[in-house]
Design a protein around this ligand. Structure first.
Ligand code: SAH
Length: 362
């Protein structure tokens, strides 16, 4: 399904409610985001939110170097699939390839694949990466087999979540309906086979909400199978919680402010926190080694972001040096992005320990 051909979110959502009486939170999120990511300007100061690669070039550079070291741990194959999920404006990939260019053989071996459904973002990515041969995909399934490194920043949080709500009669699925005035509002319908881990379900009070992403589960399984079959590693960075927990985290952001999820459909970015505990469980079950999640600030510091900051700022005018320093501080801030965002990696066990993760793999 291509985003460009999609019907506007409000129309698609209203049609679904007219047909079924309600729409699940996951389907609502998918339809709203299809319209949202099909628009022209999404990122940066003129857009709705700003992401780590747009804040500081050091972010993509550190990830690029991590990929090059991981490639060496894979035995430096002469050809490998270098895959980015949800590349936005292409900034992270451009910074990563520039930095990893310092490692002989890496860029030449990399066959670059971008997983991106938005046609307008694809054209921005094409511009940012015009020096490279790129293949685009709607999803991971069409990327050819072979050793691979997969990366994704703020991709998992855009994948739809279902919401389940504890009631006096057990668990119900949270849905969206139209009230008597035609306004969208939350409601619940009976749910079967609710995918909630038992310890969490047992502790849930009435009214408690549990979020679960079928799409993240499927993607994690798919990635783990690929890694076990063809070797390689995957690195995902996102905001979320390290262990599965109750709580509602669905949020909409428009022009850098929080926004009511049920209004201005398709005009705001909608995300949910990633349940990294669940990703870990699914990946371990499929046999991969799992590293993290660790806090983004710690991971970036372990990989030498401060050294890179000093290199970049050397001999620069004070204002430029201050900008570089502020960008790095924002990414690593223990009261902000540095702890809200977490980094997780999955790998074929033969790779050994991956850089930036102090612990042994799980
Ligand atoms: N990684 C970028 C952009 C993050 S925004 C950055 O850090 O700046 C999320 C990105 O994922 C966008 O490029 C969006 O178009 C893409 N995306 C969201 N859902 C997707 C899906 N289901 N399949 C493919 N791409 C998707």
């Amino acid at each position: 399904m291509s985003l460009a051909a999609a019907m506007p979110a409000a129309q698609a959502i209203n049609q679904r409610i007219a047909r079924d009486g309600h729409i699940t939170v996951a389907d609502f999120m998918a339809l709203a985001l299809e319209t949202y990511y099909g628009r022209d300007v999404v990122f940066g100061r003129d857009g709705d939110f700003i992401t780590a690669p747009e804040i500081s070039q050091t972010f993509g550079e550190i990830i690029g170097l991590w990929c090059a070291v991981t490639w060496q741990q894979m035995g430096a194959p002469g050809g490998f699939q270098f895959i980015e999920c949800g590349p936005g404006r292409g900034t992270l990939m451009a910074d990563a390839l520039r930095a990893a260019g310092a490692v002989p053989g890496f860029v030449k071996a990399a066959k670059i694949h971008l997983i991106e459904r938005s046609r307008s973002l694809r054209s921005q990515q094409k511009q940012a990466l015009e020096a490279y041969a790129i293949t685009w995909h709607d999803d991971l399934a069409s990327v050819p087999n072979g050793p691979q490194i997969i990366i994704g920043n703020e991709f998992l949080d855009a994948l739809p979540v279902r919401q389940f709500q504890r009631t006096s009669d057990g668990w119900a699925e949270r849905v969206i309906i139209q009230d008597a005035q035609g306004r969208l509002t939350f409601s619940i319908v009976p749910a079967n086979n609710v995918p909630i881990p038992i310890p969490i379900a047992a502790n849930a009070e009435i009214g408690a909400i549990y979020e679960h992403s079928d799409d993240i589960t499927t993607l994690t399984k798919q990635i783990a199978q690929r890694l076990m079959r063809d070797t390689g590693a995957a690195l995902f960075i996102d905001y979320g919680h390290s262990t599965s927990a109750l709580g509602e985290t669905l949020q909409a952001v428009k022009q850098h402010r929080y926004h009511n999820v049920l209004t201005a459909l398709g005009e705001a970015d909608i995300t949910a926190h990633v349940d990294f505990g669940h990703v870990r469980t699914v990946a371990k079950h499929a046999g991969t080694a799992v590293f993290g999640p660790v806090e983004q600030g710690i991971w970036l510091r372990q990989l030498g972001i401060s050294v890179r900051q000093m290199q970049l700022a050397r001999d620069k005018p004070a204002a430029v040096a201050r900008n570089i320093e502020q960008g790095v501080r924002r990414l690593t801030d223990p009261h902000g992005m540095g702890v809200l965002f977490k980094v997780i990696a999955l790998a074929h066990p033969s790779l050994g320990n991956l850089e930036g993760f102090a612990d042994q793999p799980a």
